[in-house]
Design a protein around this ligand. Sequence first.
Ligand code: FAD
Length: 311
Amino acid sequence: MWDVIVVGAGPAGLSAALLLGRARRRVLVIDSGEPRNKVARSVNGFLGADGVSPHELRARGREQCRAFGVGFVDGRVIDVRSHPVEAGWPTCFEVQTADGQTRECRKLLFATGVRDTLPDIPGLVECYGITVHHCPYCDGWEHRDRVLAAVGKSAAAAMKLATTLLGWSGMVLVLSNGDALDESERTRAEATGLRILDEPIQSIVHEQGHLREVVFDDGTTTNVDALFFSTGQTRPCELPERLGCHIGKNDRVGTTDKQGTCVTGVFLAGDADGDTQFAIVAAAEGATAAVALNDEILKENADQLAKASSL
Ligand SMILES: Cc1cc2nc3c(=O)[nH]c(=O)nc-3n(C[C@H](O)[C@H](O)[C@H](O)COP(=O)(O)OP(=O)(O)OC[C@H]3O[C@@H](n4cnc5c(N)ncnc54)[C@H](O)[C@@H]3O)c2cc1C
């Protein structure tokens, strides 16, 4: 019986596991090896490790966790069940991985992240993580004062993103991709210096991931150095709701300020809860969850000892 099984070994899961390991809990981390930022070259804005490679951050995290006895399994969790109460513990879960193995734990932490929906534009995938990004705060600095373009789910979403990009460059294009833009929005945007291109996008021309130009359906082109998009996300793991977790706004699992869910013993941290999405925030949420998880376990241990001594 593990004290805690952590599903997901990104910054959120590893940060929780590190603290729980240091708190002498028996912790197992199960990870399917598909981190959100696998195409990124660096994790920017992570205090003390700005620019570290995502792979190195995760590898260092695993190594540090192992020093405190945390166990790791590579695999996908495909099912979780709340178990009948065993050994006097108020909560107990059975976790099944794709290889058919099951493991038991007293508490569960989901740190399973999100998946980004990429715009369906030929050539874009090849540039993703190099000159195509979703977050100006993560990658804006590297493309400062260059020609930037914004693409959204709608023209209004592209406009919103483009307005943010003005913080990094004075040459920002709104690519409405054929979607109509409200006239007052258009006037306001142009007053702030944004340039709006309305034609549907046909493809992206690049050299080994370095964006050169955007080609439109009418055959015209425009030079662009970097493109930012905001076209939505999905959740890669729907197991929390199978356990009864409440799905709140933006299709995200609702959490408390201690990363708890409405199901006792089940916690959720990192990008998966829909809050601000940075590696350092995910790590902080993992740490918050770890303290709350450990508090619950210590309280239950004390309750059980008190019960035993009163018999
Ligand atoms: C291209 C790109 C660049 C980015 N750049 C930056 C940046 O520069 N700075 C920054 O702060 N942030 C950046 N981010 C955001 C950052 O990557 C995330 O905020 C961070 O990774 C979130 O951590 P997490 O632990 O919540 O999720 P993740 O890092 O996505 O980890 C989730 C883990 O859960 C695993 N998992 C999911 N479902 C299961 C399951 N059922 N069973 C087992 N394992 C499962 C996945 O395999 C994955 O390893 C970037 C994101 C992208 C996409």
